[in-house]
Design a protein around this ligand. Sequence first.
Ligand code: NCD
Length: 323
Amino acid sequence: MTQPLPQLDAGGRLRHLITLDGLDPGLIRELLDRAQAYQRPPGQPPPRGDDLRGWTVANLFAEPSTRTRASFELAAVRLGADVINLDVMLSSRVKGESIIDTIYTLEAMQVDVFVVRDAEPGIIEFIARHVGGHVSVISGGEAHVSHPTQGLLDALTIRQHKGDLRGLTVTIVGDIRHSRVARSAHRAFTALGVGELRLVAPPEMMPEPQEFEGARRHVSFDEGIRGADVVMMLRIQKERITVAKPTDIERYHENYGLTAARLATAKPQAIVMHPGPMNRGVEITSEVADGPQSVIRRQVANGVAMRMAVLAHIADARRRRAP
Ligand code: NCD
């Protein structure tokens, strides 16, 4: 058995960010506060800093990404770093070069931080165990397992609109079984003391019973949305579904699509979230996605701030280790 990855350094600061599992709520709050400080009123230029001046950040994405990759890039650039984006699907990995050789190659070019998205569970931690002492690894999404910065930005979004998570009812709806977003949301919301977490999904998209400790499960959307403060919709993760029978999309929409009529049964001021990419007309109607209760674009904006906060924290931690 390998030891659990120490993502924290001796001072309790993040050296890597691979998972939210076991992270101290105090550290999560500190990261959210740091991201909050990067908020600017609409129309104002984005915040900048020089926390990463002289650093090089490499984005290594082996799965498609729009928001996560763009926001990590902007976050790093706005903190003064040089950034390279490597499409690992197109790079030498397909020529048989192992991922570790790719990492070593880039390390030789003095990369300080690797942001990695991969479909293989465990690979990001594996990379973190192989990088040099001063190098950090941040997950940009690991298979169905975890998506820590997404969990943090979702928590930040809820906090901005609803205040403290304690006492709130949060309903996550859709293909939870295959969702890394839901898994990291569960970690983040639980650490922050969420009042009630509900999972709504058809039986084949419900996670295994031992997962999502403390959450209530509902096969009926109408039951699970009643009185919710937050409704988080998820896409069907077709790329991770291996069963032969394709989902009947019309039926899925009828049973699990968020419409204005369904939303009316949540709390009057309930907010609607979605990590993107959305399938309009499937899990959510355009009326709701673009409606007054939607905070979906706010999530995107928070993605940049949250990733700036994580990068700046990691840079601070490194300076403290080796001033
Ligand atoms: C998600 C992802 O890739 O995990 N998107 C994101 O990062 N914002 C969700 C998805 O692919 O459905």
